[in-house]
Design a protein around this ligand. Structure first.
Ligand code: C2E
Ligand code: CA
Ligand code: CA
Ligand code: CA
Length: 278
């Protein structure tokens, strides 16, 4: 028994140290990527029932380590290592630079650009100032920028967050709560935040299929979010729509905005422009 116990500990130690090695590799790769600003942008279109009405900007990097793990893995590590703000601002500045070029030729004046930011930005005293400086530098109307913040990260830093969110709203920026439904937002707290949009987390869309949905058995979480949004007058984007069935079902519940592989995968700037000017 003793022997198995010891082996088990060694097994855990090995797993733990592997995890630490990977983390360390990622931090080194992030450091370098920040240094040479090698991050670039992908674009994931957001649609209403007949046209592209906006786009979410997603971070990419061709560094071997970063490419292997993807942003879902390295963004949280960047947050932990204190690197996220520099990354967010590389993305924001590159995004503004592209938007400045695209803007004069966009016909739909309501077209919006959604940019992910870490909720850690909301605690930073300098965040608003830096954003406004870039807005001026690139001559971007704040109304076309929607910042996406994850629901979970928002609720854990309530006090500081609210002030920055108010400032962003007052400047004209839009705000959306990302991965909505996975956190524990007391729904009546929603009115305390200056939010425009809820993005239903992919996991709730994922399990919509012919077997889980019958006339009697509806997807309650999606329904709850939609009625909540109705109550507080918020837009809802369904994320991760992969099948016609999911799209039809979401439409039948009164959802108006959609994003997912069925409609478009994340694409590079050239492909995005060609979709935009089709
Ligand atoms: P997110 O904001 O929830 O972004 C959506 C993620 O889901 C993207 O992954 C996208 O490619 C993926 N996705 C969208 N539709 C579908 C679908 O129909 N099927 C499947 N299987 N996947 C779908 P990605 O690009 O790997 O981004 C992962 C996360 O990294 C993002 O989740 C976001 O939280 C974070 N992130 C991405 N870019 C940035 C950034 O510039 N700054 C910060 N702070 N975070 C970012
Ligand atoms: Ca997002
Ligand atoms: Ca999301
Ligand atoms: Ca996510």
């Amino acid at each position: 028994a003793k022997k198995t116990g010891k082996n088990r500990i060694e097994f855990f130690n090995e797993k733990l140290s592997n995890e630490l090695v990977v983390k360390n590799e990622i931090i080194i790769a992030l450091d370098r990527a920040i240094e040479i600003k090698s991050f670039f942008l992908n674009f994931m279109p957001i649609y209403n029932s007949n046209e592209m009405i906006g786009v979410e900007i997603l971070i990419r990097n061709d560094d071997e380590i970063l490419k292997k793990h993807g942003p879902d893995k390295y963004i949280p590590i960047a947050e932990e290592a204190g690197l996220i703000s520099r990354i967010d601002f590389i993305v924001i500045e590159k995004a503004f630079n592209e938007i400045k070029k695209i803007l004069p030729i966009i016909k739909n004046k309501k077209f919006f650009f959604a940019i992910n930011i870490s909720a850690l930005e909301l605690n930073s005293e300098s965040f608003i100032g830096k954003i406004l400086k870039l807005i001026t530098k690139y001559n971007i109307p704040p109304e076309i920028i929607e910042f996406e913040i994850t629901e979970t990260s928002l609720i854990t830093r309530e006090e500081n967050a609210t002030r920055t969110l108010e400032q962003l709203k007052n400047e004209g920026f839009k705000l959306s709560l990302d991965d909505f439904g996975t956190g524990y937002t007391a729904f009546n707290q929603l009115q305390n935040y200056p939010i425009n949009t809820l993005k239903i987390d992919r996991s709730f869309i994922n399990n919509i299929n012919e077997t889980t949905i019958s006339n009697k058995n509806k997807n309650s979480m999606v329904e709850v979010i939609l009625s909540l949004a109705n109550l507080y007058d918020l837009n809802v984007v369904a994320e991760g729509v992969e099948t016609e069935f999911q799209l039809d079902y979401l439409k039948s519940l009164g959802c108006h905005f959609f994003q997912g592989y069925l409609l478009s995968k994340p694409i590079d700037i050239d492909e995005f422009k060609s979709k935009l000017f089709l």
